[in-house]
Design a protein around this ligand. Structure first.
Ligand code: 3PG
Length: 215
């Protein structure tokens, strides 16, 4: 199989901060203040999930905030790839990976953080050139112990685990040699966003940004 693209760009994104906030945003009016709050707290790389009708507009609005590096999450199809690229997304994140999805990102040179949850899935992505991958759903798929086990035979893969991670267990993941950053929704919960508690979100972002990491 022909390699699609390398993971250099996604690895650089993953190294910018220890945590990528996973965002579900319903009201486009929340986009700019939320992005400002997260960037102020030290988390510049933002994943806006395609789970609300507002998501594409939110990506465009957030991209206007200085210092924000805005990507799209829950990208599942070539149609999604076209839409998020047009909205100005700088990268894509997917819970798994399919040939069509990977090819669509490669065609547009859109960096993608593709999901894997098993050694076989990770190896398939590795064959295609993707050395930086999302490990999802992290806690359910074996968590820290699974990632430590994968590091032995597959040390060349760097992961961004996501799913079930928070401030309490984030440090355990970030201590692993094969983890560059983690993803999580805890820094910007639906409740805090609905309340417009931007200071509260900045405080959570600051705590997340201070998590030590070694990978
Ligand atoms: C998701 O896709 O929702 C992410 O995995 C976030 O998971 P979390 O809500 O457990 O952080």
């Amino acid at each position: 199989m022909t390699p699609y693209q390398t993971s250099e760009a996604t690895l650089s994104l993953c190294r910018m901060a220890p945590v990528i906030p996973v965002l579900v945003i319903r009201d486009p009016a929340h986009a700019q203040p939320l992005a400002r709050a997260l960037v102020a707290g030290g988390l510049p790389v933002l994943e806006v999930t395609l789970r609300t009708p507002a998501a594409l507009e939110v990506i465009t609005e957030m991209s206007r905030i200085p210092g924000a590096v805005v990507g799209a999450g829950t990208v599942l199809s070539p149609k999604d790839v076209r839409a998020v690229a047009a909205a100005g997304a700088g990268f894509a994140v997917s819970p798994g990976s399919t040939d069509r999805l990977l090819a669509a990102c490669a065609e547009r040179a859109l960096p993608i953080l593709p999901g894997a949850a098993t050694a076989t899935e990770a190896m398939r992505l590795l064959e295609l050139g993707y050395t930086t991958q999302k490990f999802f759903p992290a806690e359910v798929a074996g968590g820290v112990a699974a990632l430590r086990a994968l590091a032995a035979p597959l040390p060349q893969i760097t992961f961004c685990p996501t799913g079930g991670i928070g401030l309490a267990n984030g440090a355990d993941y970030l201590a692993l040699s094969n983890v560059a950053c983690v993803g999580g929704s805890w820094v910007a919960s639906a409740d805090l966003i609905a309340q417009g508690d931007w200071d509260g979100i900045t405080a959570l972002a600051r705590a997340a940004a201070a998590l030590p990491r070694s990978g």
